[in-house]
Write a protein that binds this ligand. Structure first.
Ligand code: PMP
Ligand code: GLN
Length: 382
């Protein structure tokens, strides 16, 4: 028999759509992963680490050189200074960092505020921890929120707010003003800010990403989560981290040690090397993604699926033109008949109906894949 806890948990829409895409040989513009590998020099660094015998368990908190280089990079770009031993934990992707953080700070009955559209793992993590989710909508077309509405959601039970910046799936990049307001509320009402920044290096049109680390430099109440999956196009390596003050880090590590214990060793060595080359790498990386985003926006303009311009992440939400279509059914039909998989947007929403009229497209793909996928989208007849 399933536990009561598990009965509340849904299957991830990303897995569902990828399996369907595979079964029907559809172009997969659904689940967020590149259809190309990250740089060869990182793969070579992993080979070297394996050949050098770095094949046994890593220290549970992560190898020192990776924690060190991440802290140096964040000090440089966000102005945050932290204790490498006590404030950073390497996890099996951001997914595990999120799970360990939420299990570490959310008690039964605690309320956690989510901005919708939200990355699906947050809701499951909160429910698994026994928490109670509260939602505030980032309304399209600009994916902005009402400051007063957010303030009204806060109660004595509010334990945390989760901010995903840049946001998956909308591509919204939170402004400094928005983040500062969120942080002020957290200070005033004494709750945590969990900031998922896995797309921290993927912003467009020269828009600056503001990390929570640049606002809460002392990490009084913020937990910053990120991973190497998007930045180095190696989503399968699953190397992420959680950064928090020593007390919260201790709670995170309590969960981490009984779930994964340690993260794969050669991958961590390769990523420590990759981070040491970040400055040289980022320009080309961002240029390529800017081209992909512009290409997709341009191609979609001549389709019936009108895009909402993303300023960050590698996703774009498109509108479904007719209201009689259910996003989930349409996404399945497009996959089976038109051979293109997308992600229906309703699983990213709990309160508003806005998701039912949108699909999410991932543009972390080669141009040929994007062209073929959008061509298939255009072949849909209402
Ligand atoms: N957060 C967001 C917003 C994501 O889009 C993803 C998926 N890439 C994750 C967390 C999970 O990251 P990882 O693959 O490093 O576990
Ligand atoms: N983050 C990816 C997405 O948004 C999916 C990762 C996963 O499948 N867990 O599509």
């Amino acid at each position: 028999m399933k536990t009561k806890r598990i009965q509340k948990i849904q299957d991830s829409i990303f897995g569902v759509m990828s399996i369907l895409a595979f079964e029907h040989k559809a172009i997969n513009l659904g689940q967020g992963f590149p259809d190309f590998s990250g740089p060869d020099w990182i793969i070579e660094a992993a080979h070297k680490a394996m050949k050098d015998g770095k094949n046994q368990y890593a220290p549970p908190h992560g190898i020192y050189s990776l924690r060190k280089i991440i802290s140096e990079v964040y000090e440089k770009i966000y102005g945050a200074v932290f204790d490498i031993e006590k404030e950073i934990t390497i996890t099996a992707g951001a997914t595990e960092a999120l799970f360990s953080t939420i299990m570490g700070v959310v008690d039964d009955g605690d309320e956690v505020i989510l901005f919708e559209p939200f990355y699906d793992a947050y809701l499951s993590d909160i429910l698994l921890a026994g928490g109670v989710p509260k939602f505030i909508t980032l309304h399209k077309p600009n994916f902005e929120f009402d400051f007063k509405e957010l303030a009204k959601l806060i109660s004595p039970k509010t334990k945390a707010i989760i901010v995903n910046n840049p946001n998956n799936p909308s591509g919204k990049v939170f402004t400094y003003e928005e983040l500062s307001y969120i942080y002020e509320l957290a200070e005033k009402y004494n709750f945590f800010v969990v900031s998922d920044e896995v797309y921290e290096f993927l912003t467009y049109d020269n828009i600056k990403h503001h990390s929570i680390l640049s606002i809460d430099k002392e990490k009084k109440r913020s937990i910053m989560i990120s991973s190497t999956g998007k930045t180095f196009s190696m989503t399968g390596w699953k190397i992420g981290w959680a950064i928090a003050n020593p007390e919260i880090t201790d709670a995170i590590r309590k969960v981490h040690q009984w779930t994964t214990f340690a993260v794969n060793t050669p991958g961590q060595h390769a990523m420590a090397f990759a981070f040491s080359k970040l400055d040289d790498y980022l320009h080309e990386f961002k240029t390529q993604y800017q081209e992909r985003r512009d290409f997709v926006l341009n191609e979609l303009q001549s389709s019936i699926f009108k895009p909402h311009k993303p300023y960050g992440s590698y996703f774009v939400l498109v509108d479904i033109p007719y209201s009689n279509f259910n996003d989930i059914e349409l996404a399945k039909e497009l996959t089976i008949k038109n051979k293109v998989a997308t992600i229906p947007a309703s699983p990213f929403y709990a309160k508003s109906d806005e998701g039912k009229s949108m699909l999410r497209i991932c543009f972390a793909k080669n141009k040929e894949t994007l062209l073929k996928g959008i061509e298939n989208l255009k072949s849909f007849n209402f």
